[in-house]
Ligand binder design. Structure first.
Ligand SMILES: Nc1ncnc2c1ncn2[C@@H]1O[C@H](COP(=O)(O)OP(=O)(O)O)[C@@H](O)[C@H]1O
Ligand SMILES: CC(C)(COP(=O)(O)O)[C@@H](O)C(=O)NCCC(=O)O
Ligand SMILES: [K+]
Length: 242
């Protein structure tokens, strides 16, 4: 079975035999599924009767996948299984993002009794709290690239910068000032959320994932970077669905 996880920027295709180790590729979500499958075949040939599992947070891109893949070969994970595994008060229940669900499922399975703060640094950033055997709720922030781009779009004179950034406490060029502002905004927002959540649940560990997580890990003391957290949760979700 090939897992397809559609994020706002990147789509992951992955194969695993044990749910812990993944062969995967990350491609632009904007590409057509036919093109993405061609790229996948450079990693691992598709079987004649290959099964697929689809989840994501971009309805239009997911619809393209449904139209491209043979109907009998496509599974989508069930909300009821998530609701049973992850008690929560999110309303409406179905609105919680697929990526957040997957990360919570993997966290709850690996650390059922320990509190965890799950930070997913993707197109947007989510900070979700697993504690006392339930999803306690979380925060949604703009992502790093999106924030830098928003300064460019909303002003006449600010340039569009690319990651990674070099950062000073005080910037003495426009670029350095933007980098300093964005960097400190996120460092302070993440450290502040961690401090508040650990005030509620002192045993809470910090798990980091998502495309921008490697850039930030060094700034978050004691955090654990888990690159495949979403895929691990997605895989486990499908196993318990069948
Ligand atoms: N090749 C790449 N293309 C675009 N963004 C990338 C790439 N590599 C890393 N990134 C960074 O990763 C972020 C997207 O992270 P990801 O977890 O893939 O997002 P999503 O799940 O929202 O699609 C972007 O904001 C960008 O800063
Ligand atoms: C918050 C998100 C945009 C993050 O997605 P990403 O940036 O990683 O692609 C996504 O989880 C989403 O669209 N969620 C739906 C709303 C919610 O979770 O409440
Ligand atoms: K994500």
């Amino acid at each position: 079975m090939i897992l397809i996880a559609v994020g706002n920027t990147r789509t992951l295709l992955a194969y695993s035999e044990d749910g812990l180790h993944f062969q995967s590729i990350s491609v632009a979500t904007a590409l057509h599924p036919t093109h993405i499958l061609q790229l996948w075949e450079q990693t691992r040939p598709l079987l004649e009767d290959e099964d697929f599992a689809l989840g994501g947070v971009v309805p239009e891109a997911m619809q393209r996948w449904r139209e491209t893949l043979p109907p009998g070969r496509l599974r989508e994970p069930e909300l009821a299984v998530f609701q049973q595994r992850i008690p929560n008060s999110y309303v409406p229940a179905e609105s919680l993002g697929f990526d957040r669900r997957c990360c919570l499922l993997a966290t709850a399975r690996d650390f059922p009794t320990q509190s965890s703060i799950v930070i997913d640094m993707g197109t947007a950033i989510t900070i979700d709290l697993w504690a006392d055997g339930r999803f306690q709720g979380g925060r949604i922030l703009p992502g790093i690239t999106m924030s830098i781009h928003a300064l460019y779009l909303g002003t006449a004179l600010l340039p569009d910068l690319e990651l990674p950034m070099t950062v000073a406490d005080t910037g003495n060029t426009t670029a350095a000032a933007i980098q300093s502002g964005v960097w400190h905004m996120f460092t302070d927002a993440l450290l502040g959320a961690i401090q508040q959540f650990q005030g509620l649940f002192p045993d809470a560990q910090v798990l980091l994932t998502g495309g921008d997580a490697p850039l930030w890990q060094a700034r978050i003391p004691g955090s654990h970077y888990i690159p495949d957290l979403l895929l691990r949760g997605f895989y486990g979700w499908l196993q318990s669905s069948s």
